[in-house]
Ligand binder design. Structure first.
Ligand code: B3K
Ligand code: ZN
Length: 876
């Protein structure tokens, strides 16, 4: 199939004003009657053929204005319905299609999850329900009538407000009619029908509207919804307070289902969630799960304005809703928790997921220009880098202009399907500034590398910062142009205080932000009495790789003194990373080398610095991951050497500070009843981080300490931390711990996902056979995306030494699994396939083996479009 291109965009030839659906639900034969009121657009020639999208559809019948058309008037295929000469102005098209929800294993369109009917329509799932102009710039008012057996499906839900319901005679069936007054694109359509429990709450908006809130879950799971509901209420309040945005229907429903391709979906008034992002209690969910639920509930709720009220003109504009909404949910979590800790966590995620994407064969701009399969563009680049671009915009134009620009966006574009250009125009007007160069962030792929050098002149008392920027080569992108890069900074004097620098002549400097907008720039600060230390990219003010020539002493100084908590953390990480890269090189040469004493000492300072809260200290104690180290090395990577080096550093730190770690593991642990709040979570994080060093400390009784922690854990955070140490460090009672966990959690599939993941990510040659065996475990289910991710995706992305085994067996296992899953669920398969994206950075032997596995996938003729697209781009 040819690629879809942004430059080919044409407005639709017809509008669909209203959509009236009647859905008669039955497991293998559901009948959908759709009445579409269609109007020719101004500028469309009367009689222009109407082409509607379909995907795997069976047409039962159609009428045009009540008349059955002749065979020569239309053509119906599974993927397309064409009316050759539609009525000149407006007409009513009635379509009847027949669906088989039980046979729908792609989990796109209408399917069943544990007996519950549900839908997923973004990006192009509505066309699997009826023929339609399935594109985001066709906005319609939907009325949905559902009919189903009352016993099997007492709950009938769709978008909008409930306007009618009742029995259907004495057939045992009943119906419900939902009306959504807000015009919306088809991708926001949803329905749910099933036997579900309802957890209710209420919310009054700032202007006094009473909203009914409901979370629907499988029976027996009601008591795991409290945190999600609490998060929803806080999200609604926060969006009113911070952005002045209020909810706009009488009811807001959330449904949790167990089979879901993504995290969740923002359907208007009827969010459908992967149950992983709804269900939580201390026994089965970790602190990270609680934080994720809070963030995803907020994200989907915030889409009501950024995505639903204002949607995308076409799928190239996906970042318009996703980048902005991620920015909004990150701000929300920062306000709910510690801003510094949240920033560190977000940057970690950006660097570990988005940077490698941007540096490999799947690199694409935040706003792509071309695609074969849009579902492959729900990426870290569109989401996370997209959010960074919004954050940079705020930094560049300032808080007030940013607020004014957003207000203008909501006022001007409410009800529109719009573009990045229209979005940027609002900020450009509000700030009276030209954003043309800034818009390159949406156009150019690749992570810019910023190089910074400094020079202090004793005689003239000047401090000069020389900056340059460059985007490394990206497939299919030549001649990258300089971006506008806001660099938050400080010059730190010997006492640790920031100098008051003022704005040097002729430079673009806004407060504490330096604006780099050329390939090379020099900034000179006058009246600087002695050589300061430059703290650059504070708060990670731009998504760039910073290449700054800091001495070891300067890094140690920043790790102790920087007033910016992010850069303090960064300095610790840089010290650790420098050591890890050096140790990896030495290991590879067969040399024994020791970690630097600076690194060991800096970690000691972090441990005892009472001015840092526990969560921040825990973050500083997380060593760069094996994947992070591999990324830093960049080419000819030997994952075994990386693993060895990291273990060596971990043991050296444990050896030097074992006693402190032991006492922190005891003292930091909160006691009393479990609370998911950020402070308690931070204490648990620090205690468990300390324990991870105890595990390799060679202190007497270390393994017993971990086992005892596992056995005594009264919440999932502590239990899974201890289990991971027992399994990954192969401590005594490893197998006993896995068996104990299995027994305790076998009836809870989300908890079992952690059990699969812990084993799949264990280093050691025996893991491969274990993962193969687990694929046939009775609790594993290859049709459930969460299970696939917990076993196979985590193996491929979280176990570098075993995925990239020197014998190629790890690649083979993943390639073979991709082919198995692809027949069933292309989206899950193609996502798994992206784990090969950094294959060219491996050493020659391993990259040859990866290529063989990729070629094997590629040679499969019946590959889905999703997987074909990924494998072609990965090999290109
Ligand atoms: N918008 C959905 C993602 C849909 C994915 C389609 N393949 C979730 C979100 O970003 O909120
Ligand atoms: Zn989203």
């Amino acid at each position: 199939a040819p690629a879809i291109r942004l430059e080919d965009y044409q407005p639709p030839a017809y509008r669909i004003g209203t959509v009236d659906l009647r859905v008669e639900l039955a497991p293998s034969e559901t009948i959908v009657r759709a009445v579409l009121s269609i109007t020719r657009q101004d500028g469309t020639h009367p009689g222009t053929p109407l082409e509607l999208d379909g995907d795997d559809l069976a047409l039962v019948s159609l009428t045009i204005d009540g008349r059955v058309p002749g065979q020569d008037e239309f053509n119906a295929a599974p993927d397309r319905l064409e009316l050759f000469t539609p009525p000149a102005e407006s007409f009513e098209l009635e379509l009847v299609t027949r669906l088989d929800p039980d046979a729908n294993t792609k989990l796109m369109g209408l399917y069943r999850s544990s007996g519950t009917y549900c839908t997923q329509c973004e990006a192009e799932g509505f066309r699997r329900i009826t023929y339609f102009l399935d594109r985001p710039d066709v906005l319609s008012v939907y009325t949905t009538r559902l009919e189903a057996e009352k016993d099997a499906c007492p709950v009938l839900l769709a978008n909008g407000n409930l306007i009618e319901e009742g029995p259907l005679g004495d057939s045992g069936r009943h119906f419900a009619v939902w009306h959504d007054p807000h015009p919306k694109p088809a991708y926001l359509f949803a329905l749910v029908a099933g036997d579900l429990a309802r957890v209710p709450a209420r919310f009054s908006t700032q202007s006094g509207n009473e909203i009914a809130l409901n979370i629907y879950v499988e029976h027996g799971k009601e008591d795991r919804c409290a945190w999600a509901m609490d998060s929803l209420i806080r999200s609604m309040r926060w969006d009113e307070e911070v952005f002045g945005l209020e909810y706009d229907l009488d009811v807001f429903n959330i449904v949790a289902v167990s089979d879901f391709n993504m995290g969740a979906m923002e359907n208007k008034g009827l969010n459908i969630f992967n149950d992983k992002y709804v269900l939580a209690d201390p026994e089965t969910a970790t602190d990270q799960d609680f934080a994720n639920i809070e963030a995803v509930i907020a994200h989907e709720y915030f889409h009501n304005w950024t995505g639903n009220r204002i949607t995308c003109r076409d799928w190239f504009q996906l970042c318009l809703k996703e980048g902005l909404t991620v920015f909004r949910d990150q701000e929300f979590s920062s306000d709910m928790r510690s801003r510094a800790v949240k920033r560190i966590a977000d940057v970690r995620l950006l660097k570990s997921h988005q940077f490698p994407e941007d540096a490999g064969p799947l690199a694409h701009p935040v706003r792509p220009r071309t695609y074969h399969e849009i579902n492959n563009f729900y990426t870290a680049t569109v989401y996370e880098k997209g959010a960074e671009v919004v954050r940079m915009l705020k930094t560049l134009i300032g808080d007030d202009a940013f607020k004014a620009g957003l207000d203008l966006y909501f006022e001007r574009h409410d009800g529109d399907a719009t573009t990045i250009e229209a979005f940027l125009a609002c900020f450009s007007e509000a700030a009276s500034t030209n954003l043309d160069q800034f818009s390159r962030w949406y156009e150019q792929a690749g992570t810019p590398v910023v190089t910074a050098e400094t020079d202090y002149d004793e005689g003239s008392k000047t401090f000069t910062v020389s900056l340059s920027q460059e985007i490394p080569p990206v497939p299919g992108q030549k001649n990258s142009k300089p971006a506008v890069i806001p660099l938050r900074f400080g010059l730190i004097g010997a006492n640790g205080n920031d100098l008051d620098t003022g704005a040097p002549e002729g430079t673009r400097l806004q407060g504490d932000v330096l604006i780099l907008n050329k390939a090379h720039q020099k900034i000179t600060f006058d009246n600087i009495e002695s050589r300061p230390v430059l703290s650059l990219l504070r708060g990670f003010s731009a998504p760039v790789r910073l290449n700054q020539s800091l001495s070891q002493d300067e890094l140690v100084f920043l790790a102790a003194k920087d007033s910016d908590p992010f850069n303090r953390w960064q300095a610790v990480q840089t010290l650790l990373m420098k050591d890890l890269v050096r140790l990896t090189g030495e290991t590879r040469q067969g040399n024994r080398a020791a970690p630097s004493s600076d690194t060991i000492a800096v970690i000691g300072n972090v441990l005892t610095d009472a001015s840092l809260d526990e969560a921040l200290r825990a973050q500083a104690l997380v060593l760069p991951s094996e994947a992070d180290i591999a990324q830093e090395i960049g080419k000819n990577v030997d994952p075994d050497a990386v693993y060895e080096a990291r273990q060596q550093l971990r043991k050296a730190i444990a050896g030097a500070h074992g006693a402190e770690f032991q006492s922190i593991a005891k003292s930091a642990m909160p006691n009393g009843p479990f609370s998911p709040d950020a402070a308690s979570a931070g204490k648990r994080a620090l205690a468990n981080r300390a324990l991870s060093f105890v595990a390799v400390s060679e202190l007497a009784g270390a393994a017993e300490t971990i086992w005892e922690r596992f056995a005594a854990a009264y919440n999932m955070t502590d239990r899974i931390s201890a289990l991971t140490l027992l399994v990954h460090d192969h401590l005594a009672k490893e197998e006993e711990a896995l068996a104990t966990y299995l027994k305790r959690h076998e009836s809870n599939s989300l908890a079992m996902d952690k059990w699969f993941m812990t084993q799949a990510t264990a280093p050691g040659a025996e893991t491969l056979a274990k993962v193969r065996a687990l694929k046939t475990h009775p609790l594993y289910d290859a049709g459930n995306p969460n299970r696939v991710r917990s076993l196979l995706q985590s193996f491929a992305t979280g176990n570098p030494t075993q995925f990239a085994r020197g014998d190629g067996a790890g690649f083979e296992l993943v390639a073979e699994s991709v082919l198995e899953i692809d027949r069933r669920n292309p989206q899950v398969a193609s996502r798994l396939l992206t784990s090969f994206r950094s294959w060219r950075a491996l050493d020659p032997q391993r990259s040859a083996l990866a290529e063989t596995a990729l070629l094997r996938v590629s040679s499969f003729e019946n590959l889905s479009r999703d997987s074909r697209d990924i494998v072609d781009r990965t090999l290109q």
